[in-house]
Design a protein around this ligand. Structure first.
Ligand SMILES: O=C(O)CCC(=O)C(=O)O
Length: 274
């Protein structure tokens, strides 16, 4: 067992549904990762935001290494135990002076997991601040209701369907500012979102989605990656492992997963099982 969180931190997460800031990388290591991402952007000739969704770790071995970062896994293990599957990962990259945002939402409405024990580690590759649109959470919301989501398909929304919870008390939000190399944790039922970037620097983070191996998929057989411990349950197939940056086979699989996630039918099924 490698638990790194204190009893107070665990209690805070259980009560509030989030925890930050925690250290994973030095600022130099975070800058190296950003440089690797920028190389991928050049190769893809497009905003990687469009591709590196749901299973961004399939795009490069260095993203798998980040998902297996011991500081992140030790913190996650403190909360969900030693047998950890990586359900997915998504890049959230805002450009300089970028008014794209992430609307308030609960991941649990879309992930199709039972029980709701997924935890997201959001790793900052640049500083994330209130001015550049850091991640915001509504404390304690993971213990409240399952909200309805209005699917707006707003092109300025970084979420694929612009899924939005209306009518929240936003003044209660906590802005989780991080320096590059730090991460935050939030529960899949915690309501969260982020505003636009009103600075001249990019705001880039990768969200890693972890769950204990006993969690089942309510959307049929899917795949995940064992990142620590053992899978004694066999509820999930294994993700392919990228052998190189933009590994062709893995990218084809990633595109297929991303298309099925964007299918509105999938949401209906997830909601039915929530
Ligand atoms: O990076 C953002 O602004 C939003 C991230 C998010 O929605 C998530 O990590 O689940």
């Amino acid at each position: 067992m490698s638990n790194s969180l204190s009893t107070e931190q665990i209690q805070h997460f259980e009560k509030q549904g989030y925890l930050y800031p925690l250290d994973a990388l030095t600022t130099g290591q975070a800058a190296d990762c950003l440089a690797k991402l920028e190389e991928m952007e050049t190769e893809l000739k497009t905003d990687p935001q469009k591709y590196l969704k749901i299973k961004a770790h399939l795009a490069a071995p260095w993203i798998v290494d980040l998902a297996c970062n011991p500081a992140i896994l030790d913190a996650v293990e403190s909360l969900i135990g030693p047998d950890i599957l990586l359900f997915g990962s998504s890049l959230f990259a805002k450009r300089e002076q970028d008014d794209r945002f992430v609307s308030w939402h609960q991941d649990s409405a879309y992930y199709g997991l039972d029980p709701h024990q997924e935890i997201t580690a959001w790793l900052a590759l640049t500083d994330a601040t209130p001015d550049n649109g850091c991640l915001n959470v509504l404390p304690g919301s993971h213990r409240g209701q399952d909200f309805d989501h209005d699917e707006t398909y707003d092109p300025k929304n970084l979420l694929s369907r612009g899924q939005t919870i209306r009518g929240l008390k936003e003044e209660d939000a906590v802005e989780m500012a991080l320096r590059a190399g730090q991460f935050s944790l939030h529960h899949e039922r915690t309501v969260h979102g982020s505003r636009g970037n009103h600075t001249d620097q990019r705001r880039v983070g990768i969200a890693f989605f972890y769950m204990p191996a006993h969690v089942v998929s309510t959307l049929g057989r899917r795949s995940a990656m064992l990142v620590r411990g053992e899978d004694r349950h066999g509820h999930w197939d294994s993700d392919p492992v990228p052998q190189r940056v933009l590994d062709e086979q893995c990218m084809a699989y990633l595109r297929q997963i991303w298309e099925s996630y964007q299918n509105p039918e999938v949401t209906k099924q997830a909601a039915k099982h929530a």
